[in-house]
Design a protein around this ligand. Structure first.
Ligand SMILES: CC(C)(COP(=O)(O)OP(=O)(O)OC[C@H]1O[C@@H](n2cnc3c(N)ncnc32)[C@H](O)[C@@H]1OP(=O)(O)O)[C@@H](O)C(=O)NCCC(=O)NCCS
Length: 272
C-alpha cells in the first residue's frame, strides 16, 4: 500500500505470525503452459528459508542487488530479494530461460517488464509476507494485494483519495464491513492503475470501482477514458484469509487460474 496513508511495517514480533499466513491456493497450475486466453496468478510467501533465499539472491541483477542494499530494514531487504528472486524463477519457468538471465526494463512510473519482448506480461504485488504474481500473454495486467486491517482516519482518506461515490459507499457500510469494503476498493483501483502502468501517483479519484463485500469486482467508469471502462475486466482474488486482492486486465472473457508457488517448483526453474 502506498505510503500516502499507511505503511505498515512488519515488526520482529509479527514475523512468526506473518510467516504463518496460510495461502488458500494449493493446487499447482499447469505451468508453464499458458494459453492465449489464460491468466495465471501465483501466490508465494516471502518468508523463505535462508538457504533458499540465498539461492534466489544469486539470480538478482546488479541493479536489483543495489536496490536491495539500500533498504534500511533487514526484513524489507529480505522480502525484496525473495520477491524478485521468485519473480525471476516464475518467469524463467514459463520462458525456459535461466532466472538469472532475465533482464527487466521499467516505464517512467516504475512498472517492470521484460527487456526483450517475449509475449509475456506480468505484474507483482506484495503485502506483509505474501506476494502475488500475475502472468499472461499479449495484454497489460495489474495486480494488488493488501492485508485487511483497521484503517485509522478512514473517512479522511476515502474523501481525499477516492471518488465521491466510492467514499459514500464505504462510509455507509456497516461498521464491521468497512475495512473489507475499503480494501476491496483500494486493491481494485491499484490493480487497474498498475495494469495501465500509471501507478497511484495521481488519478485515483478519476474512476470508480465496485467495492461492497460480495459484489463482483468491476470498473464502473473512468472519467479520463470513458469508452475504455467496458473493455477492462477486474477480478477478485482470495489468496489468503484476511487479505484482499484484485487483478485488472484489458480484455474480457479470460480464464484466471490460481496456484501456490513453492520452493519445489521454483527449484526446477533456478536449477535448469
Ligand atoms: C506502483 C505502486 C502502485 C506500487 O505500490 P505498492 O503498494 O507500494 O506496491 P505493490 O506491492 O502493490 O507493488 C509493488 C510492485 O509493483 C511493480 N510496480 C512498480 N511500479 C509500478 C507501476 N507504475 N505500475 C505497475 N507496477 C509497478 C513492481 O514490480 C513492484 O515490485 P518490486 O518491489 O519487486 O519492484 C506505487 O509504487 C506507485 O504508484 N508508483 C508510481 C510512482 C510514480 O509515478 N513515480 C514516478 C517516477 S518518480
Amino acid at each position: 500500500m502506498d505510503s500516502k496513508f499507511d505503511h505498515e511495517p512488519i515488526h520482529s514480533s509479527d514475523r512468526g505470525r506473518a510467516g504463518c499466513d496460510s495461502i488458500l491456493w494449493s493446487v499447482p497450475l499447469s505451468h508453464p503452459l499458458l494459453a492465449d486466453d489464460e491468466i495465471h496468478v501465483w501466490c508465494a510467501t516471502l518468508d523463505q528459508a535462508p538457504s533458499y533465499r540465498g539461492k534466489l539472491a544469486e539470480t538478482l541483477s546488479e541493479d536489483e542487488r543495489q536496490r536491495a542494499a539500500r533498504f534500511h530494514f533487514e526484513g524489507d531487504r529480505r522480502r525484496f530479494i525473495v520477491g524478485r528472486g521468485l519473480l525471476r524463477s516464475i518467469l524463467g519457468c514459463y520462458l525456459n530461460i535461466k532466472a538469472g538471465e532475465l533482464a527487466f526494463c521499467y516505464n517512467p512510473q516504475g512498472k517492470p517488464s521484460l527487456a526483450t519482448p517475449l509475449q509475456i506480461h506480468f505484474n507483482l504485488a506484495h503485502s506483509h509476507n505474501l506476494a502475488l504474481y500475475a502472468i499472461t500473454r499479449r495484454r497489460e495486467i495489474g495486480v494488488d494485494i493488501e492485508r485487511v486491517r483497521p484503517v485509522s482516519g478512514m473517512k479522511e482518506i476515502v474523501q481525499r483519495f477516492f471518488c465521491a461515490a466510492e467514499a459514500t459507499h464505504i462510509l455507509s457500510l456497516p461498521e464491521e464491513q468497512k475495512a473489507e469494503g475499503f480494501f476491496n476498493c483500494w486493491t481494485r483501483k491499484e490493480a487497474y492503475l498498475k495494469a495501465t502502468g500509471e501507478g497511484i501517483a495521481e488519478a485515483l479519484n478519476q474512476f470508480e470501482v465496485s467495492l461492497r463485500p460480495g459484489e463482483p469486482a468491476a470498473l464502473l467508469h473512468d472519467a479520463m477514458n470513458p469508452t475504455e471502462a467496458s473493455r477492462w475486466a477486474l477480478f477478485d482474488l482470495k489468496p489468503a484469509r484476511d487479505y484482499a486482492a484484485a487483478l485488472a486486465v484489458k480484455e474480457q472473457l479470460l480464464q484466471v487460474q490460481f496456484g501456490q508457488w513453492t520452493a519445489d517448483i521454483s527449484n526446477q526453474a533456478t536449477d535448469h
